[in-house]
Design a protein around this ligand. Structure first.
Ligand code: NAP
Length: 212
């Protein structure tokens, strides 16, 4: 598949590398291509382009930008360029305010989520929340002594979630499908929980697992 990834940060780079490893064509979308020159030379044949070029290139789009900039980044990509496409939403609605005792501040409430806002503004896109509740170092081929970790996903389009579950399986995850877009209200705050041991004790080496 042609995978376009909006973003140039650690998540975009980690997922970009993973999609290349598993045989996909990858383009990273950024406002500043020169910042990616080192990464591109180490990750051939990855491409970089503007956000709009990247959305046009993609058969599947990954949204991996700062949460506060998520809607702007999609607007800059041109909604017509990703209409009808699956958009894997990795973002978290982290506010600019400092964490409190290791607990991140969010700009959403428990009755709303960033992914629902994006799905409302871009109704033709098929959003699936995924990869949002783990650090980028574990997104591809996570290795834990307790086995495969669980990735919580949600979204309104069942076929889109099946495609994303297939990618997660390939990347070494068990998929825990939590239902429609509203479930992002519960999934996005898992990032707050995941970050607490890191922010309090510099412990970042964990992931979630749903036991049955
Ligand atoms: N870091 C992790 O391990 C991790 C794990 C799970 C989820 N997440 C979530 O994944 C997302 C990406 O995280 P990250 O750590 O890789 O990067 P980040 O530092 O949160 O974001 C960097 C990206 O945001 C874009 N950006 C910033 N301001 C923008 C604006 N005004 N308009 C358009 N784009 C803007 C930048 O685009 P340009 O390239 O154009 O400058 C850059 O690509 C975040 O939402 C984060 O919460 C992160």
């Amino acid at each position: 598949m042609k995978v376009g990834i909006l973003g140039s940060g650690d998540v975009a780079k980690a997922l970009g590398k993973g999609f290349i490893k598993y045989g996909h064509d990858v383009m990273l979308g950024t406002r500043n291509k020169s910042g990616l020159s080192g990464w591109l030379s180490e990750n051939k044949p990855a491409l970089a382009g503007s956000p709009a070029d990247t959305a046009k290139f993609s058969e599947l789009l990954v949204l991996a930008v700062k949460g506060l900039a998520a809607a702007d980044a999609l607007r800059a990509s041109g909604p017509g360029n990703f209409s009808g496409k699956i958009v894997i939403d990795v973002t978290n609605p982290i506010a600019d305010a400092a964490p409190e005792n290791g607990v991140l501040k969010y700009f959403t409430t428990l009755d709303d989520s960033l992914m629902e806002r994006l799905q409302r503004e871009f109704p033709e896109a098929r959003f699936v929340k995924a990869f949002s509740c783990v650090g980028n170092a574990f997104m591809v081929d996570p290795k834990f002594k307790d086995g495969r970790p669980s990735m919580f996903i949600c979204g309104n389009d069942e076929a889109a979630k099946k495609v994303v579950a297939g990618i997660l399986d390939r990347f070494g995850w068990e998929t825990a499908d939590m239902g429609k877009a509203e479930a992002a209200r519960a999934i996005e705050p898992l990032c707050m929980l995941w970050c607490i041991p890191g922010l309090l004790r510099n412990e970042w080496g964990h992931a979630f697992k749903l036991l049955h």
